[in-house]
Design a binder for this molecule. Structure first.
Ligand code: NAD
Length: 468
């Protein structure tokens, strides 16, 4: 069993207390990690604050070089990190699983390292010169969810460091191990205090809440549920922290009547069931034109019924368990209720432990909780529509606005419909594919701000204008 300490000021800190981490595929306890006190959080923030002046004073190109070294170091230990990730999160090693996540983390780091942050000259004439500078903030606090614990940590950490900030990261209590190991690996390269990790079981004092309120943290980047995001925003108000909030989604996919059901079935499947459905930008509701509805459902069921689910360490497995007992309970409850009203086309039952069968339900009313709530698991509702205007209205009838998708061979129509979707990203003939050069974030209650690309990097800075 692993016994992991926090990394504070470059040192391993065991903490006064600890808590257990479980393998969701087997129920085994696989690790024990430190349960931080508020004092230990303060120590981590102080270490980051102390490291800030030297780190932010480095030439930008030096930090770019350091990020590339971090990518190399993670790449060298990607196999070990991936196995740990599978054991604590449940996602398979293969397919769109742990190796994929580690590959993405390395690629994202390298892409971020190449971003530039030039001074922008807004005016330069006989009346004067106006320059827009980007300044680092200080200590950035990163709060992570459990669904993609390594790559989301990288999304938070890398642009923050590149811009000249130092970081305190807090992983989810369900999946702290892979993030802690990644931070340890990076600390072999980074100066002490530049990157720290604190862990908490969320049972006592909420370390996340204390981070949101902490006077020496200048920005919070938070990925998690909308309910917790609201608390972070409230907690951050008195210190006027900068915020990037990546919150929950209830993404709709709209399938037009001209599609070839067989050709899109695999794309639809992975759009909805990536990471066993536990992905913010997974397709959580599908609206299919009545002309192709039955054929699309049949092809989707065909793909889904052959997708092997099991312990992610086993060869050939492509779907895993729910990562947390709460999430398992939620999916089971939503599916059980949906089965009483709609038609279960596949699955419908809870499996052993934290497993749940891959489930496809049709004929549900729009106000059923499997349609209106974020299920975050291996269950998707497919709804019928006749008129595209009606489909669009139903797709937009949600507080969430993270992603959306249009499935058709008519690109002009796809683009005009995409522009009318209330979502931060809209994909055409795919869903949920993130890339490091495309800013990603939600509208409505799915969040504030974006990550990735120049726009994401700039969220780790304040603007200073020099006018002469
Ligand atoms: P969560 O909100 O339960 O927890 C997220 C983090 O917040 C954890 O580290 C938790 O310990 C911490 N936390 C708990 N209470 C807190 C408080 N009062 N103040 C500050 N932090 C606190 O979310 P989760 O269940 O870990 O993740 C699943 C959710 O995350 C889903 O809703 C999903 O859509 C969302 N998500 C969004 C994105 C995105 O980019 N938009 C990406 C991944 C996941």
């Amino acid at each position: 069993m692993l016994d992991m300490g926090m990394t504070i000021g470059g040192l391993q800190v065991a903490g006064q207390e600890s808590f257990a981490v479980m393998n969701p595929a087997t129920g085994e306890v696989i690790g024990s990690v430190a349960n931080a006190s508020l004092d230990e959080l303060d120590r981590a923030v102080s270490a980051a604050k102390a490291a800030y002046p030297a780190w932010s004073a480095l030439p930008y190109a030096e930090r770019q070089k350091t990020l590339n070294a971090l990518a190399d170091a993670m790449e060298a230990r990607a196999g070990e990190l991936a196995e740990l990730l599978t054991r604590e999160n449940g996602k398979p090693l293969a397919g769109i699983g742990s190796h994929f996540e580690l590959g993405g983390a390395v690629a994202w780091t390298r892409y971020t390292a190449a971003l530039e942050m030039p001074v922008k000259v807004l005016q330069d004439n006989e009346e004067g010169r106006v320059e827009l500078h980007r300044k680092s903030l200080g200590v950035v606090g990163s709060i992570l969810p459990w669904n993609w614990p390594v790559i989301i940590a990288i999304w938070h950490i890398m642009p923050a460091l590149l811009a000249g900030n130092t970081v305190v990261v807090k992983p989810s209590p369900f999946t702290p191990l892979s993030t802690m190991l990644a931070v340890q690996i990076m600390n072999q390269i980074l100066p002490a205090g530049v990157l720290n990790v604190v862990t908490s079981d969320d049972q006592g004092a909420s370390i996340g809440a204390a981070m949101a309120q902490h006077p020496d943290i200048r920005k919070i980047v938070f990925t998690g549920s909308t309910a917790t995001g609201e608390k972070v925003m409230q907690g951050a108000a008195t210190t006027m922290k900068r915020l990037t909030l990546e919150l929950g989604g209830n993404d709709a996919g709209i399938v037009l009547p001209d599609v070839d059901p067989k050709a899109i079935a695999e794309g639809l499947f992975w759009g909805a069931f990536i990471n066993t459905g536990q992905t913010c930008a997974a397709m959580k509701r599908v609206y299919v034109h009545e002309d192709v509805h039955d054929a699309v459902v049949a092809e989707l069921v065909n793909v889904a019924k052959n997708m092997p689910m099991g312990n992610g360490m086993d060869e050939g497995v492509l779907m895993g368990p729910l990562t947390t007992p709460f999430q398992h309970e939620k999916v089971a409850r939503l599916v059980e209720s949906a089965a009483q009203v709609g038609t279960v086309q596949l699955g419908g039952k809870s499996g052993e432990g934290q497993f749940h069968e891959t489930t496809i339900v049709t004929d549900l009313p729009d106000d059923h909780p499997l349609v209106t709530e974020e299920q975050f698991g291996p269950a998707v509702p497919v709804m019928r529509y006749r008129d595209i205007e009606d489909a669009l209205e139903r797709a937009n009838a949600s507080d969430a606005g993270l992603g959306g998708s249009i499935w058709t061979n008519d690109m002009d129509k796809a683009k005009s419909l995409a522009l009318r979707m209330e979502a931060g990203s809209v994909w055409i003939n795919k869903h949920g594919a993130l890339q490091p050069n495309a800013p990603f974030g939600g509208v409505k209650k799915s969040g504030i701000g974006v990550e990735f690309g120049d726009e994401g990097l700039m969220e780790n800075t304040d603007i200073q204008v020099i006018l002469q």
